[in-house]
Design a protein around this ligand. Structure first.
Ligand code: SAM
Length: 198
């Protein structure tokens, strides 16, 4: 099991790119408004980009207190972004449940242990208001075919798996490749836009 706090302490954070996912710097394919959640927000670059995309308020949640501390420092000038230290798997019964119009998923789903993916879906659905949207960038193929697919995080996924997991709580509205991405991730990601089932 990954010790995320330790990763930040020793600076082993290859996912930190110093900028948001490039897809969020172009029209993301969904009208962004209201209150958004970024689970596993890291240093908060995506959270800040969501404000630029039209969100009124963004909550970045991360289990690593050091990530949250660094994110708060980085974005202290922006009162529309709130960073919370906590475990996304407690969202269902916590004070954030049912308070979000949207959730942005990016490299959190692929970071959690695969056997907790059902819990991820339930937690994210619980965080959303009725009819809320999940805009997700899935890192489907982090590894080349000749590499050990079981090493991770990141852990890959298949479309069939995503359909089965998210189909319980969400309706898939559209899917498309990201408008652009980080070097090395070309052809490995898919954007999916889901609406929470009523
Ligand atoms: C691969 S990193 C990606 C961070 C960020 N999304 C980015 O792209 O820069 C995964 C993040 O998820 C956080 N994380 C892992 N498990 C979590 C959990 N159960 N609840 C909240 N955050 C979690 C980690 O601390 C880490 O910051």
């Amino acid at each position: 099991m990954t010790d995320w706090q330790k990763q930040y302490e020793i600076g082993e954070t290859p996912w930190v790119k110093g900028r948001p996912h490039p897809h969020l710097t172009t029209p993301p394919g969904l009208k962004i408004h209201g209150r958004w959640l970024v689970p596993g927000c890291g240093l908060g670059h995506d959270a800040a980009a969501l404000i630029d995309c039209g969100a009124d308020e963004v909550v970045g949640l991360d289990i690593a207190p050091l990530a949250v501390e660094q994110a708060r420092r980085l974005w202290q000038g922006n009162p529309l972004i709130i960073f919370e230290s906590g475990d996304l798997f407690t969202l269902e019964n916590g004070p954030l449940a049912g308070t979000f119009d949207g959730v942005w998923e990016h490299t959190c789903f692929c970071a959690i242990p695969p056997d907790r993916r059902k819990d991820y879906v339930r937690s994210v659905a619980a965080a959303l208001k009725p009819d809320g949207h999940l805009l997700s960038c899935f890192y489907l193929r982090p590894w080349d075919p000749d590499e050990d697919q079981t090493q991770g995080p990141p852990f890959g996924s298949t479309l069939e798996e995503l359909d089965a997991l998210f189909g319980t709580d969400f309706i898939l509205e559209k899917e498309f490749p990201p408008t652009s991405t980080f070097d090395g991730r070309e052809g490995r990601e898919l954007i999916r836009c889901w609406r929470k089932k009523a």
